[in-house]
Design a protein around this ligand. Structure first.
Ligand SMILES: NC(=O)c1ccc[n+]([C@@H]2O[C@H](COP(=O)([O-])OP(=O)(O)OC[C@H]3O[C@@H](n4cnc5c(N)ncnc54)[C@H](O)[C@@H]3O)[C@@H](O)[C@H]2O)c1
Length: 331
């Protein structure tokens, strides 16, 4: 197939990003947009000349839909992936794959019994040009065997409380990206130890951690340290360092310009970091969906897969257990 007709399920923050990429891609058309909030479905559909619907069943039954992008809330991912695959429609689904590891593993079992329809998981950071280049350099041996990976990932501010309530908690919602990035660099993870923090008074009644520090060890002995916060006064803080015996590779924060301003008050002051995930990872979201389209139109396997989603969720649940008990969890 050389041209794909897409449906979008969930026309919220991330769905709108994917709609834009689909509409701009020469091998793709956005045909149908589904969201139970009629205004949301109609607004995105209207922008790109697509039809709107409010029931995902209409997407799976539509004859003019070849593939779907799932940007619905996390508790609906398993149901939407299964329905897409049962209808023979390849799917790109947002992270995390499910709220619970057991549900993700059950999904994996069910998918194995169905026809082999490609399902890709939205770990967009694998497609960030800087992270992807850093990983390629590590694979090429530029710094020797990887010994330590440090990931700093802090949000400028917490998401709305309604979003948090159905997010699965910080490890499954936020750190899941970093768990996948760690696996991308380190391979399989053998040990997890985590500390969760309750420091933000605004999130005190959320029942969730608002900060976390996690250490992962791979089977080879390499370690990844992940540092998260739901609030960061300096903005969306996204850094990564890979360290080995022959050197280090740093992916630093990105800014809209490279200007450095020196005045009486400050020397070498730079513009603030790119605002939040929609800006910082704009290239990654585009390249992720482009990779999905390329895989489908050229007949390559998709990556990352549901299995990657399951493994990241396994680490997330282990991190939750470690933060609760204070013990290191072996996988
Ligand atoms: N990869 C990333 O960087 C990234 C960033 C943000 C969100 N996400 C993930 O994307 C998903 C959505 O997050 P969001 O921030 O866009 O949330 P959102 O609340 O902005 O959007 C979700 C949309 O789904 C709609 N929806 C609810 N029930 C539905 C149903 N049955 N069928 C179709 N649509 C339905 C809602 O009305 C809403 O418009 C979450 O799983 C989240 O973890 C990923």
């Amino acid at each position: 197939m050389t041209h794909l007709r897409f449906a979008l399920i969930g026309a919220g923050r991330i769905g709108q990003v994917h709609a834009r990429t689909i509409a701009a891609h020469p091998a793709a058309t956005l045909t149908l947009v589904c969201d139970p909030v009629v205004a949301a479905a109609e607004s995105v559909a209207g922008t790109y000349g697509a039809r709107a619907c409010t029931d995902a069943a209409d997407v799976f039954a539509a004859e003019d839909v070849d593939a779907v992008v799932i940007g619905s809330p996390t508790p609906l991912h398993v149901e939407h992936i299964l329905a897409a695959v049962s209808a023979g429609k390849p799917a790109l689904c947002e992270k995390p794959v499910a709220m619970q590891l057991a549900d993700a593993e059950e999904l994996q079992r069910r998918l194995a019994e169905l026809d082999d329809v490609p399902v890709m998981l939205g770990f967009n950071r694998r497609f960030d040009p800087s992270f992807a280049r850093a990983r390629a350099l590590v694979e090429e041996g530029a710094i020797g065997p990887l010994e330590q990976l440090t990931i700093i990932s802090r949000d400028p501010a917490a998401p709305p409380k309604a979003y948090l309530a159905q997010s699965g908690g910080i490890f499954k919602d936020m750190t899941i990206h970093d768990f996948d990035t760690a696996r991308f660099f380190l391979g399989d993870v053998a040990e997890v130890s985590a500390t969760g923090q309750h420091l933000d008074p605004e999130l005190a009644d959320s029942g969730d951690y608002d900060g976390a520090v996690i250490v992962l060890r791979s089977a080879s002995g390499a370690a990844a340290t992940i540092i998260n916060s739901r609030h960061c006064a300096t903005g969306y803080d996204q850094r990564l360092e890979a360290f080995g015996p022959q050197g280090a590779i740093l992916a630093d924060n990105q800014r809209p310009t490279t200007l450095q301003v020196s005045t009486r008050e400050a020397s070498d002051a730079k513009a603030p970091y790119l605002d939040f995930f929609l800006e910082r990872y704009a290239d990654a979201y585009r390249d992720e969906l482009t990779a999905f389209i390329d895989a489908l139109t050229q007949g390559h396997p998709v990556s990352p897969t549901i299995a990657d989603g399951v493994e990241a969720l396994r680490i997330a649940e282990a991190a939750g257990e470690s933060a609760r008990t204070g013990a290191t969890v072996r996988l």
